[in-house]
Structures are given as structure tokens and as C-alpha cells.
Design a protein around this ligand. Structure first.
Ligand code: S3P
Length: 471
């Protein structure tokens, strides 16, 4: 089967209908689970497959909307992208790549949906092709800044034309002879770093990017796995903790098999749910535990969480383990700003854990949360308060005082196209006495298709306001 013609939220097709979901206090959560494939690694596997010669077979690919957009985009740029059942019945995605420099002009606008990662990584790629493409996205993505990638990518010779404020929709006319880059990024952002490295893959010689501290290194690991010469290490003279990655451009890449581990950012919702719902005991198999992604687990352990890593192993250059979680009494701590890059997507669910901890949890250095799928700093402060939890923003810090939500009336949280806000508040509803509703559970399909049935199978009680089955 070739890539599905219908993807939720595609303007060419009806958008997934918003569904209200209500999470009521759960009994204990127990059992074994797996979570869908890592979103970051899934995007990169499709892109690297398209840039390689021959076949890349991907197992465990996340089939959330964000990644399906990237799959469609790779097909629109000339790669062959197909999904079929593998020998064990599990789905395998095959990419027939075109090689570096081999992609062709898309016939239509490229709609990245909700995906900042897709938009920014693919902009890096398109900056190195001498044709014009138009990129757009949903209302959330159209609010997010693109200047952070336009600035470095313009130095390759590519031209960008954005909507007001450096936003999507934008056109990119790539350079015919892309120049290698040396860029010092002011933010620790894997999206910025990866956009530069993907452009550099098409340029002759050395491309280097530094960042103030290391963001997730899935691009560097996957480049290496596909045979790119990659060097990483500290960035001398750029401050303590600064990081540098360099690559040699224009390699010949050959397709290869990729196994995508479960997404630690998705596992995070199960982990926190198990910690805060009394009497719970969960095993989550096959979770990616790249040290640049595990800041939440470290933080929870510091708060007193019983989270153990079992059977550590490596797959396609990425560390993987099984997680065992037992509900625990948590205490508030200070989470240092230096940890933010390793758990940047996990602050909404950490704030939920903090609501069930004794004392105050102070999460520092969260300026980047303002430019995610929603302004997560403001959104968490406001919605926790709406649930009766004491939360405030002070500068770039979020401070939450433990005190589970009480009351009989259901609180409804506006999701505003932010999947992680929807899942975080459904988890909050599992452990307090007060039912919590989210006004659009369909947004969860961005990163975690099947979240609600999975949680209900483990003991949660999430129901649809309209009485229909929730997917
Ligand atoms: C991602 C990087 C992160 C993260 C996003 C996925 C990636 O963004 O928030 O969900 O796959 O590169 P930044 O690195 O820009 O913070």
C-alpha cells in the first residue's frame, strides 16, 4: 500500500472531528504496554531514507499525523514511500530513496500540519534544492517562529519569503550550489541544529553547528548510522556545556533498515500516570532512553519516583530499555534550567506530577515552552489554576505547589491543537477527585494514536462526552 491518501487534518480532506474526552479518577493502573514509535526518530528515518540510494525499511514508525505529513512530503519530493505488513504482521514502511541532491520539485503546497519538526527539518532540506516550494501548516504551526532556521539557512544561498512575523506559509527557493555552513545557534534546539545539518549534507565540505547546550542528537546518530562522517563534542570558547556537531557533506548514502524505539515523550504520560495513581505498577517495553531525552525520568527519580530501567540495549544507534514504574510518594524539587533541553516536551506532564507532589516544584529556564504547539508556560499556569492547583509563572520559571484538584464539577481544558496539553490533563483527571475534560481529544493523534484505549486498557477511565468509542 502506498502512503494513505487520508491523513487527519489534511485540508484536502475533512479534519478529524474534535471530540470531548472526560477523565475520571482511575483505580490502580497495571499491566504491560508499548508506546508508539519515537516521533523525532521517525521523521529522521523517512528523511534519511529519501536521501539514500536504494531501500530503507522502517519498523516501529510512528503513524501519528506529524510523521505522516513527513511521509507525504518525502513522496511529494519524489521518494517512493509505502507501508506494508512485515513477516510478523507488523507494519513496515519502505522508502525508495533518490540520493542526496536527487529530490524533485513538489507539485503542490507542502502542508506540515501541526509539526514544527517536520517544517523545520524539511526547510533545511529544501534550502539545498534549486526549486521553489511552499510550506504551510495548521493554525498552531502558522503561529510558530521560522526565523530561527531562516537565518542560518539563508547563508547557504537559499531564499525565503514568509508571512508576517517570519511565519508560515512561506516559500523556499533553494540554492543551486548550496554553501556549507558554520552556525552558532543561540538556542539549544534540535530542530535548528538538524535543519543546518540537513542543508550541510548537500554542500561540499565541512558544516558545523554549535549550541549553548546539547539538544537531542538523533540527527547526528542517524547520520552516522547511514554512513555520514560526523564529529561531536564540546564547543571550545562557547561557554560551559556548549556543544558542537560537524559533518562532511555530499556523502553517498545507502538505504538500510531502521528500527524506531518507543517514544520516551509518549511513555512520559504513562510513567507519570502510574506514579500518581495509587497502587499502580506498569512495565513499558522498548522505550528510547537516549540520555539527551531522559531528563524527565531523572527529575522524577529525584522527586522520589520508583522508575527502573530494565534490559538496556541499542537499536539503530539509539539506546533502548524497558521501564518499570510503581506509584510513589513524590516531593517537590527545583528542576535546573540546564536540564530543559533533555525534557523540553515533558514540562506539561511534569507539572501534573508536581500537582501530586508534597511541597513546591520549581521548573526553571522554560522560555522555549512559549514557542511550542501552544505557549505551554501560560497554558499550564492557567489550566492548572482552573483545576484548583496552585501554579504560577515567574520569568521563565513555572512553579507548582502540590495539592490535587478537588471538587465535583468537571473542568474542561481547551486543547488549542496541543496534543501534550490534552494528554497531560487527562492524566491529571486519573489521580484527582475532580473529573477533567479536554475539548479536543483528536489532537492526541499528532503524536500518540491510541492513547485513550491504551490508558483505559491499563485501568484508566476516559470516556467520550458523546458516549461514542474514543480512538
Ligand atoms: C524535536 C525537537 C524539539 C521538540 C520537538 C521534537 C526534534 O524541539 O520540542 O517535539 O525532533 O528535533 P526543539 O529542539 O526546537 O526545542
Amino acid at each position: 500500500m502506498s502512503v494513505p491518501a487520508h491523513i487527519p487534518g489534511d485540508p484536502a480532506h475533512p479534519a478529524a472531528a474534535a471530540r470531548v474526552a472526560v477523565s475520571a479518577r482511575a483505580g490502580r493502573l497495571s499491566g504491560e504496554a508499548t508506546v508508539p514509535g519515537d516521533k523525532s526518530i521517525s521523521h529522521r528515518a523517512l528523511i534519511m531514507g529519501a536521501l539514500s540510494v536504494g531501500k530503507t525499511a522502517i519498523t516501529g514508525l510512528l503513524t501519528g499525523d506529524d510523521v505522516l505529513r513527513t511521509a507525504h512530503t518525502m513522496a511529494a519530493l519524489g521518494a517512493g514511500v509505502e507501508e506494508a505488513a512485515g513477516p510478523d504482521g507488523k507494519s513496515v514502511w519502505t522508502v525508495q530513496g533518490r540520493g542526496i541532491g536527487g529530490l524533485s520539485a513538489p507539485q503542490d503546497v507542502l502542508d506540515m500540519g501541526n509539526s514544527g519538526t517536520g517544517a523545520r527539518l524539511i526547510s533545511g532540506l529544501l534550502s539545498a534544492y534549486p526549486f521553489t516550494s511552499v510550506l504551510t501548516g495548521d493554525a498552531s504551526l502558522r503561529r510558530r517562529p521560522m526565523d530561527r532556521i531562516i537565518k542560518p539557512l539563508s547563508a547557504t544561498g537559499a531564499k525565503f519569503n514568509t508571512s508576517e512575523g517570519g511565519r508560515l506559509p512561506m516559500t523556499i527557493t533553494g540554492a543551486s550550489l548550496p554553501l556549507p555552513l558554520a552556525y552558532d545557534s543561540p538556542v539549544a534546539s534540535a530542530q535548528v541544529k538538524s535543519a543546518v545539518l540537513l542543508a550541510g549534507l548537500h554542500a561540499p565540505g565541512l558544516t558545523t553547528v554549535t549550541e549553548p547546550s546539547a539538544s537531542r542528537d538523533h540527527t547526528e546518530r542517524m547520520f552516522r548510522y547511514f554512513g555520514v562522517e560526523v564529529e561531536v563534542g564540546p564547543a571550545p570558547g562557547m561557554g560551559a556545556g556548549a556543544y558542537k556537531a560537524s559533518i562532511i557533506g555530499q556523502p553517498e548514502l545507502t538505504g538500510r533498515p531502521v528500527t524506531v524505539p518507543g517514544d520516551p515523550s509518549s511513555a512520559a504520560f504513562l510513567v507519570v500516570a502510574a506514579l500518581i495513581v495509587p497502587g499502580s505498577h506498569l512495565i513499558i517495553r522498548n522505550v528510547g532512553v537516549n540520555p539527551l531525552r531522559t531528563g524527565l525520568f531523572t527529575t522524577l527519580q529525584e522527586m522520589g519516583a520508583d522508575v527502573a530501567f530494565l534490559n538496556p540495549r541499542e537499536e539503530a544507534g539509539e539506546p533502548v530499555a524497558d521501564l518499570e514504574i510503581k506509584s510513589s510518594a513524590l516531593k517537590g524539587i527545583v528542576v535546573p534550567a540546564a536540564r530543559a533541553p533533555s525534557m523540553i516536551d515533558e514540562y506539561p506532564i511534569l507539572a501534573v506530577a508536581a500537582a501530586f507532589a508534597e511541597g513546591e516544584t520549581r521548573m526553571e529556564g522554560l522560555g522555549e515552552l512559549r514557542v511550542k504547539e501552544s505557549d505551554r508556560l501560560t497554558v499550564m499556569e492557567k489550566n492548572l489554576a482552573a483545576c484548583g492547583v496552585s501554579a504560577r509563572v515567574s520569568g521563565d520559571a513555572l512553579i507548582v505547589r502540590g495539592g490535587a484538584p478537588e471538587g465535583n464539577t468537571t473542568v474542561t481544558i481547551p486543547v488549542n491543537l496541543d496534543h501534550r496539553i490534552a494528554m497531560s490533563f487527562l492524566v491529571l483527571g486519573m489521580a484527582g477527585n475532580r473529573p477533567i475534560a479536554v475539548d479536543d481529544s483528536s489532537a492526541i493523534g499528532t503524536s500518540f494514536p491510541g492513547f485513550i484505549p491504551l490508558m483505559n486498557g491499563l485501568g484508566a477511565s476516559i470516556t467520550a462526552a458523546d458516549g461514542q468509542e474514543l480512538s
